[in-house]
Design a protein around this ligand. Structure first.
Ligand SMILES: [Zn+2]
Length: 97
C-alpha cells in the first residue's frame, strides 16, 4: 500500500505524517490519530512496510470510529486492525499502485 499524504474519512481530511517521534509525551506510540481541528495521522517513519501499513489501518479505524461513532474500544480496534490487514494482504490488495 502506498501511504497517502492525506486521507479522506467522511467529511474530514486527515494529513498523514511520517515522523521520528509520534508523541513526545508517550514515547512508546508508533502511530496516533489527532481528531481536533487540525486532523492528522502520525506514523513512526522507521517501521518496516508491513508494520507501517498495519498501523496506518489501525489509525484509520480510529478515525472511522470517531466519525461514525462506532464506540470501539482500543482492543476492538487492535483486533480489527489484525483482521482487516490479514484480508487485504491475503488478497494482494496492499500492493503499490
Ligand atoms: Zn489505537
Amino acid at each position: 500500500m502506498k501511504i497517502p499524504e492525506t486521507v479522506v474519512v467522511g467529511p474530514f481530511i486527515y494529513k498523514v505524517s511520517l515522523v521520528d517521534i509520534v508523541n513526545r509525551e508517550k514515547p512508546d506510540l508508533i502511530g496516533e490519530a489527532v481528531h481536533c481541528s487540525d486532523k492528522e495521522i502520525r506514523l513512526q517513519k522507521d517501521l518496516d512496510q508491513d508494520k507501517l501499513e498495519s498501523v496506518f489501518i489501525h489509525e484509520l479505524l480510529h478515525c472511522m470510529d470517531v466519525f461514525m461513532r462506532l464506540g470501539l474500544s482500543e482492543e476492538q480496534v487492535e483486533r480489527l486492525e489484525g483482521a482487516v490487514y490479514m484480508v487485504l494482504k491475503q488478497n494482494n490488495l496492499l500492493r503499490e499502485g
